[in-house]
Design a protein around this ligand. Structure first.
Ligand code: KG4
Ligand code: ZN
Length: 331
């Protein structure tokens, strides 16, 4: 079969990214323009500012990507784009860019769900094998997804309230860490021990998660100790929080692996960068004798390569859209 080069476009939050991927597996070139420095003074992403910066960046990032790949738009076979979920104003910029390019160069347009992108980031590491369990842990999602073949996703369960990344960021903020707090909390936790007793979330037989109780428990503990004039050991509290959050994910993943006869486990989304999660999921793989794949750090956070990789398999599944494609903030 002829090689297929897909241009992947991602703009769902505060990263503008274009990437070219060959046959869903081989990254040719990726450019990511991050707005972290712009938003950190606000303690989080400001949607209106994010979309304005996407507008500013979009053509530059595309040009840089083509230049790095030493390719022209004519060499591209199809255009894959995140249509949702995400910030509506941000999504629209990537989507309009994709539709315009698809129209001008007469290329197929492939809509990609952002989480499918995070899952397929792993196909840039190794060919996916089925049945596969995807542990999806991002700023907006916490889900266990079962796949028996390419591009068929069955959600086994998900969070009933906050996403794990959101919870990491809020706990980090109460510990005085700068946005985005997840990576900083990860670093701090390494210096501490899990000595604080925190409530174990949703200790039931479902595949669902709940993180808001855990988050509130940390916030209350910090406020109570402050009111009593007692000092908190921030590293120990970070380690305690991380342990409870990670354990709750691993416990439910183990159940899914055993009950669904899973052969391959992948971790997807920004929180896949977390050291304790990586360590515990690796241990789980050894214990249950299943292969575990993590995306390399550069594919954990939002990027166009994961969208291009997912786009290849979506294309093979004939998921091609017309130019009336619209973005959906809730996916
Ligand atoms: O997947 P992502 O880019 O966003 C969504 O698609 O929703 O993930 C971003 C999230 C943020 O909450 C960030 O704090 C978290 O991933 N994150 C981490 C780490 N690196 C990123 N959380 C814990 N430990 C990390 N090392
Ligand atoms: Zn993401």
């Amino acid at each position: 079969m002829k090689d297929m080069y897909i241009l992947g476009i991602e703009s769902s939050c505060d990263e503008t990214s274009f990437s070219i991927v060959k046959n869903g597996r081989e990254e040719i070139a990726t450019i990511v323009s991050s707005q972290i420095d712009i938003h950190k003074d606000f303690g989080g992403v400001v949607p209106e500012i994010a979309s304005r910066n996407h507008v500013k960046n979009v053509t530059m990032v595309l040009d840089e990507c083509l230049e790095k790949a030493k390719m022209k738009m004519e060499d591209i076979d199809a255009i894959a784009v995140t249509y949702g979920p995400g910030l509506i104003g941000s999504l629209l910029i990537g989507l309009e860019a994709a539709k315009t390019l698809a129209w001008i160069y007469n290329k197929p347009l492939i809509p990609v769900h952002h989480i499918a992108g995070h899952i397929y980031a792993n196909s840039l590491v190794k060919e996916l094998e089925f049945p596969l369990l995807a542990i999806v842990v991002s700023g907006g999602h916490t889900e266990l997804v079962l796949m028996k073949e390419h591009y068929k996703f069955k959600k086994l369960g998900g969070t009933l309230d906050d996403a794990i990344g959101e919870c990491f960021d809020k706990v980090a903020r109460v510990l005085g860490l700068e946005y985005p707090g997840g990576p900083k909390l990860d670093k701090l936790a390494k210096e501490g021990k899990p000595t604080y007793k925190l409530p174990i979330p949703l200790k039931d037989d479902s595949y669902n998660f709940s993180f808001s109780g855990l988050k509130s428990a940390v916030i209350n503990l910090v406020h109570n100790e402050e009111q009593r004039g007692r000092k908190i050991n921030k590293a120990d509290l970070a380690a305690s929080f991380e342990k409870v959050a990670v354990d709750s994910i691993v416990r439910k993943a183990k159940k899914a692996i055993k009950e669904e006869g899973v052969k391959h486990v992948i971790v997807a989304g920004g929180v896949a960068a977390n050291s304790m999660l990586r360590e515990k999921v690796k241990e789980m793989g050894e214990e249950l004798n299943v292969e575990v794949i993590f995306p390399p750090m550069k594919y954990c956070t939002d990027n166009g390569a994961m969208i291009a990789a997912a786009g290849y398999y979506a294309y093979k599944d004939r998921r091609i859209s017309d130019l009336y494609l619209n973005s959906k903030s809730n996916g």
